[in-house]
Design a protein around this ligand. Structure first.
Ligand code: NAD
Ligand code: UGA
Length: 457
């Protein structure tokens, strides 16, 4: 049996998933290819292209043994008979469905590469997040080959989160495998089970029909994001009523039917996927003639935008209705802690709105400063990027906490207070800091969804 696995796309998903697979399946050869030469070079080096706790060790163990990174896409297609496709599927920016539908051009290009460079039958695995029924289109394209080859399409969406990718992949809540109910589809499913059973207990592997698998991925992200928007909407109500969102979330979360996770109020969810996947769900609902369903899910994104705007409006309002010319120390730019990723980070939108109000920004982040610079390229205004938090706060009127980095908790806030203009403000968009301690130092503290602690009368 051919025991070579190929993954096309060496990004945030392709790299870590295949590293874990190779580490757990020493009897397989795993090749990860990408058209991006710089990315592949980085995967081959000591400085991996993405920051993920624990990933360096896994890659070091398997690389060169049974894990290989390469730009030879066509050679990889020829060699492997199981091909995971983990290319990006961003929101379409042009033509029909622009702003909502998934842009499937990278996905289709890989299908065509697979047809052209295959000389044997293959199993093609959808690892990317795709609209429901993509497998039908994929199967049609692949079966149009004139070489008499057979291709089986499997859906195996990925549920890992950034920052915890290694543990999520090593100990997944579930592995989902969707297949066609045909002899070929069932044989392909068995090949997938053979791989995952190397490290995932059978009861954690859920097998479904292929459409349920594709749709479950979109809906899982939509449900997670919906919890955040629900809690964020209530954070606004808390601020009007002196209720405390931490207490409300904790009280709700004690109901075992609701559960306590993913109820942290924030300036909004970010990351490369939540928004694009919900918009894709909205598009699909519209496409299938279900406008009420589309409107329901679209509201999750609209509340997210509202929460970002609300945060900026609060900063302006509490700082005497003007922030023009005032220096704001932005603590955190990554979309969440423990990653350098800033894709769709709420910090991008918050910073742009602050710049529109002509604030001066000093941005500090332990891992994401380079990406922050790229994201704000072309913005007019006074922006500095500070690796040193004490530099960022020098002469600042306020600190806006935009990412929940635990590192911030170790900073010397007495020293920070001394370095700042007075009155000094903290707007904690993540409810991260010890607000009473900050207030005692002298700060005017504005948490999210909690009563403010202000020295101002
Ligand atoms: P990414 O942009 O980090 O990586 C995609 C890679 O695919 C890029 O390096 C790109 O160069 C490469 N690529 C694109 N077209 C190619 C082609 N024709 N041939 C070879 N390489 C090609 O994206 P990602 O974050 O890894 O996400 C990939 C997919 O997984 C998306 O559908 C996403 O929705 C889904 N997903 C992402 C996450 C996450 O945490 N980032 C989690 C679960 C699922
Ligand atoms: C998310 C999902 O958690 C993964 O299961 C999924 O595989 C992945 O998307 C994907 O498909 O890309 P990720 O985006 O890496 O993973 O990170 P999350 O931990 O889900 O956080 C997303 C955003 O929500 C972050 O901005 C985070 O700060 C925010 N968040 C999260 C909150 O504001 N409140 C919470 O309670 C939880």
């Amino acid at each position: 049996m051919n025991k070579t696995i190929l993954c096309i796309g060496a990004g945030y998903v392709g790299g870590p998933t295949m590293a874990i697979m190779a580490d757990n399946c020493p009897d397989y050869k795993v090749i990860v290819v990408d058209k991006n030469e710089a990315r592949i070079k980085a995967w081959q080096s000591d400085t991996l292209p993405i920051y993920e706790p624990g990933l360096d060790e896994v890659v070091k163990r398997a690389r060169g043994r049974n894990l290989f990174f390469s730009t030879d896409i066509f050679g990889g297609i020829e060699e492997a008979d199981i091909i995971f496709v983990s290319v990006n599927t961003p929101t379409k920016t042009f033509g029909a469905g622009a702003g909502k539908a998934a842009d499937l051009q990278y996905w289709e290009k890989t299908a065509r590469d697979i047809i052209e460079h295959s000389s044997g039958d293959k199993i093609v695995v959808e690892k990317s997040t795709l609209p429901v029924r993509t497998a039908a289109a994929m199967q049609r394209i692949l079966q149009s080959n004139t070489k008499g080859l057979n291709f089986e399409v499997i859906s195996n969406p990925e549920f890992m989160a950034e920052g915890t990718a290694v543990t999520d992949l090593q100990h997944p809540d579930r592995v989902l495998i969707g297949s066609m109910n045909t002899p070929g589809g069932q044989a392909a499913l068995q090949r997938m089970l053979d791989i995952y059973l190397h490290w995932v207990p059978r009861e954690k592997i859920k097998t479904t029909n292929i459409w349920s698998s594709e749709l479950s991925k979109l809906v899982s992200n939509a449900m997670l994001a919906q919890r955040i928007s629900s809690v964020n909407s209530i954070s606004a109500l808390c601020e009007k009523t002196d209720a405390n969102i931490l207490e409300v979330s904790a009280a709700m979360g004690l109901d075992s039917r609701i559960g306590s996770k993913f109820l942290r109020a924030s300036i909004g969810f970010g990351g490369s996927c939540f928004k694009k996947d919900i918009l894709n769900l909205v598009y699909l609902s519209e496409f299938y003639g279900l406008p009420e369903v589309a409107a329901y899910w679209e509201q999750v994104v609209l509340i997210n935008d509202y929460q970002e705007r609300r945060f900026v409006a609060k900063i302006c309002n509490k700082m005497f209705n003007t922030i023009a010319g005032k220096k704001i120390a932005v603590f955190g730019f990554a979309f969440k802690a423990d990653t350098g990723d800033t894709r769709e980070s709420p910090a991008i939108y918050v910073c742009k709105m602050l710049l529109e109000e002509r604030a001066r920004l000093a941005i500090h982040d332990p891992k994401a400063l380079e990406n922050a610079m790229l994201d704000l390229t072309g913005e007019t205004g006074d922006i500095t990027y500070c690796a040193d938090p004490y530099e960022a706060v020098k002469g600042a009127h306020c600190i806006a906490v935009l990412t929940d980095w635990k590192d911030f908790l170790k900073y010397d806030f007495r020293k920070i207070y001394e370095l700042m203009e007075k009155p000094a403000f903290i707007f904690d968009g993540r409810n991260l800091l010890d607000h009473q301690a900050m207030f005692d130092i002298g700060f005017n503290v504005y948490p999210l969804g909690q009563p403010a602690l202000s020295h101002l009368k």
